[in-house]
Design a protein around this ligand. Structure first.
Ligand code: GSH
Length: 224
């Protein structure tokens, strides 16, 4: 398969890669991964991504996994899209990597514990405690981003970057799970602005069509 093919599922962190692809303007295809049908445990999928997760981007048939690798790849391949504010300066570019790692390694696991606490404990009443602790840790993590966004429109400065789409996805996941949104007005406003971009709107439309397909086939993931 030549070209760019994104394996994704609606509402997941694959949304960030989807927005990135939409921002580039490059042609790409999508493949819906139906978790409830076990597509992500299919040997053919696992051969491309042994972690069994989305996003998976195929580049001329070559698999690339992890948002932390896919987003820098797209940013470097399509520099005119300005997905990330790389300058070539080692420290500047490392700080961009640092932000991506914060989102993928610090925030995303908290999202998972907030949305799916039952995966991280026994079912004897502890899931509520896991969720509460993850909410607390998330509030601590987001305090600095809230302060930053009170002083400038986007996380990295005056210009949007794909880091904003990533943060916006985190917000979407936690706001729908009872996170104390009222304490983070700048983040809420940032989410609305990030989602209003045409690229995000197109990505959301692709997700909505995929969600319809899942529901028609009886494979929609219950919203935890
Ligand atoms: N570290 C990976 C995380 C990917 C990930 O956790 N994806 C979730 C959806 S948000 C997934 O595919 N989960 C399915 C599973 O774990 O079985 C990344 O940043 O790309």
């Amino acid at each position: 398969m030549t070209g760019l093919v994104l394996h994704f599922a609606p509402q997941t962190c694959a949304r960030v890669a989807l927005v990135a692809l939409e921002e580039t303007g490059a042609p790409f295809e999508t493949r819906l991964v139906r978790f409830m049908a076990g597509d992500h445990r299919d040997p053919a999928f696992l051969a491309r991504n042994p972690a069994g997760k989305v996003p998976l981007l195929e580049v001329d048939g070559e698999p690339l996994t992890q948002n932390g690798a896919i987003l820098p790849y797209l940013a470097r391949r399509f520099p005119e899209a300005r997905l990330l504010p790389y300058t070539g300066d080692a420290l500047n570019d490392a700080k961009i990597q640092s932000r991506l790692a914060w989102l993928a390694a610090d925030l995303h696991p908290l999202v998972t514990r907030i949305r799916m606490p039952h995966f991280f404990c026994d079912l004897d009443g502890a899931p509520g405690r896991v969720r509460a602790l993850a909410m607390e840790a998330m509030a601590f993590q987001l305090a600095d981003a809230e302060r930053t966004l009170r002083g400038r429109p986007w996380l990295m400065g005056q210009d949007w970057s794909i880091i904003d789409a990533y943060l916006s996805w985190v917000w979407f996941r936690i706001a729908g799970a009872g996170f104390e949104v009222a304490a983070f007005p700048a983040l809420a406003d940032h989410h609305h602005r990030a989602d209003a971009r045409p690229s995000a709107q197109r990505a959301l439309a692709i997700e909505a069509a995929a969600q319809d397909e899942l529901e028609r086939a009886g494979f929609s993931v219950p919203l935890s």
